[in-house]
Write a protein that binds this ligand. Structure first.
Ligand SMILES: Cc1cc2nc3c(=O)[nH]c(=O)nc-3n(C[C@H](O)[C@H](O)[C@H](O)COP(=O)(O)OP(=O)(O)OC[C@H]3O[C@@H](n4cnc5c(N)ncnc54)[C@H](O)[C@@H]3O)c2cc1C
Length: 371
């Protein structure tokens, strides 16, 4: 099921089957002058059905939203064989419950997504991408606020990279170019895009003002596709971490930007108290309040894994956070679901599951322990 069935230039949507690879969709809609803005490191292999089932976020969620914001209609096959056709491309449709949202992010537990109607956006003609070094986290918060105000909806990405991440991803075996020295305390990778020819100039003005105000200590920015790709490879080539360290425990948490610095410091301190070897690579979509942590503590046994999970999740602020910003619950985070969802919410989710899949044949065992 990998057909791109129609690209509607006038109404700005595309109809696709669920097995379309994300990158193939990017290429197809580009021919018509559009973008489908979901963009993530796995784009060469992940499929639209999986992107919808996990409500993927990615590198441009700051500007275009997550998958939930990009889906106009869905076709889903239910557990009893019913084909639920909601392939309606209209933006406004207040005719009762919006059923598609039940399936977006449901990790295949409520039905199988077979087709989708997705929203397109005009392709921006101009880009500017900057790698920025900062003295401290407070300055990165100030920079994010300034960027939101200065660029408005031209701001597509605002990614943060802790120094250990930048050092590893630009070391000599990484295959990546060091775009600035690796001894700064913090890095930001940000991008703006739009139809305005002045985009590169705007980035220059923005960075100059931040440098003058001592918000940033160093910055480089580029416009050309090849150069931008080099910048993004540093952020995206996380396989390099897996090559350098084994095992790695992966985390994907959401929390308010105002709490990120304390959070990372707390996790680091507790890891060091409990393990003699600790590598904690922190990076992520700061603009969306989402951090990824890739942790190696020398050991890979179940006890070590559980202790690391406890440290990472217990350090989250008890409200206003999530144990899974993007990757879903699946099998491995089931235990931690109650950290982010109340008993009442979990009970309602289980009721929905029971109604749509009473025999528990749709991805049994995912998200909850039992139904
Ligand atoms: C290198 C890398 C970078 C990543 N970066 C990001 C990122 O920046 N942001 C982000 O949000 N995510 C990111 N991810 C995670 C990514 O979003 C998911 O892996 C991807 O969206 C899932 O798509 P998939 O085709 O790989 O699905 P799979 O892994 O095959 O499936 C994922 C889940 O969806 C279910 N599913 C799959 N297809 C369907 C269907 N048709 N109907 C119903 N259920 C279905 C599966 O049963 C499974 O539970 C990254 C992953 C990798 C490997």
């Amino acid at each position: 099921m990998n057909a791109i069935q129609q690209v509607d230039n006038i109404n700005q949507f595309v109809e696709v089957e669920a097995g379309v690879i994300l990158e193939n969709l990017h290429q197809k809609v580009k021919e018509s002058g559009f973008i489908f803005p979901l963009d993530l490191g796995a784009k060469g292999s992940c499929m639209i059905g999986g992107n919808i089932a996990t409500n993927a976020g990615g590198l441009q969620a700051l500007r275009y939203g997550v998958m939930r914001n990009l889906v106009l209609g869905l076709e889903v096959v239910l557990a009893d064989g019913t084909i639920l056709n909601n392939l309606n491309p209209v933006l406004k449709n207040n005719t009762g419950y919006d059923l598609k949202h039940l399936f977006i992010g449901s990790e295949g537990t409520l039905g199988i997504i077979t087709r989708a109607i997705l929203k397109l956006n005009p392709a921006p003609a101009f880009f500017s991408t900057a790698f920025i070094a900062l003295e401290n986290f407070e300055n990165s918060r100030e920079l994010l606020n300034r960027a939101k105000i200065f660029f408005g909806d031209k701001l597509t990405s605002f990614e943060i990279l802790w120094p250990a991440f930048y050092r590893l991803l630009t070391n000599e075996n990484s295959g990546n170019k060091k775009v600035m020295p690796d001894n700064y305390p913090l890095y930001v990778l940000t991008e703006i895009a739009g139809s305005d020819r002045a985009i590169p100039f705007q980035m220059e003005v923005f960075l100059e003002s931040a440098l003058n105000d001592n918000i940033v200590v160093d910055a480089v920015f580029v416009q050309q596709q090849e150069d931008r790709k080099q910048f993004w490879q540093i952020r995206e080539n996380i396989d390099h971490i897996l090559v350098q360290h084994n095992p790695i425990f992966n985390f994907d948490v959401s929390l308010p930007v105002s709490e990120m610095e304390q959070y990372v410091a707390k996790v680091d301190a507790e890891l060091k108290q409990n393990f003699s070897v600790v590598y904690n690579y922190v990076f992520g979509h700061m603009g969306d309040g989402n951090l990824h942590l890739m942790i190696n503590c020398g050991e890979g046994n179940t006890d070590a894994k559980e202790l690391v999970e406890k440290i990472v999740y217990a350090a989250l602020p008890s409200t206003h956070s999530s144990v899974s910003a993007e990757h879903g619950i699946g099998l491995t985070k089931k235990k931690w679901l109650p950290f982010s969802r109340s008993p009442q919410e979990i009970a309602v989710m289980k009721s929905i599951k029971n109604v749509l899949d009473p025999n528990n044949i749709m991805n049994p065992g995912k998200i909850f322990y039992c139904y």
